[in-house]
Ligand binder design. Sequence first.
Ligand code: GLY
Length: 267
Amino acid sequence: MVVSPDLDVARAHAMTLLDGGHPVLLESFLDGPEVSLFCLVDGETVVPLLPAQDFKRVGDDDCGPNTGGMGAYAPLPWAPAGLVDELVSDVVAPVAAEMVRRGTPFSGLLYAGLALTSQGPAVVEFNCRFGDPETQVVLALLRSSLARALHATATGALAAEPPLQWADGAAVTVVVAAEGYPGPPRLGDVISGAEADGVLHAGTRRRDDGAVVSGGGRVLSVVGTGADLQAAHDDAYRRLEGVHLAGSHHRTDIALKAIRGEIAAPA
Ligand code: GLY
């Protein structure tokens, strides 16, 4: 796959594939920051959760291959006021209304993966589930009962629910990945510090002798919270210092561009 803003580069790559007898799929180049917006949807009722951003590439500065997600933060200090309302009214609510109109109303968690391009918000993907690792930061800030909100969604009562309550401040999560990930990960290494507060388990298992060992590529998700994004970042990386897994790796720049004011939504 080639991602390029240069039409000639894209065309040359396509010609190479076509000359080799391969099919070609062209996709629009989406400039601008990505946003993950999870919404509870019950028919035409849409209740957004906090917006979040995740980090898909394995290495700092978005280098290296894609992963299932190496970290996330929420909310988005760079997001313009009204962004979530705009995304709900322009993207999610019309989808929910159309599904009702077609006689297939949706009930559950609709995850919109979006890019805020200079041409306006663009949908990268929809999923019918929570996203990982954005969920770790969004739920770290939720003060209402998640079970109650999900129950109301599942029983057609979401419209009657009080607004969701959120903690002030921010949350950051950093994923600890096993050696080799996103290729075949090395498994079975003992993890220390895995049972501390803020350390969520993904690819772990407990050995017969009681030790917690790595059991998947993305092993742990270490969550920090704080009064602002800088404080949440510092809290997450401080907690990470207490976790040890031989050969593991993690990104060191989760949320840094947002903290430094280096992300801007298009005007
Ligand atoms: N964070 C991307 C996903 O859950 O698909």
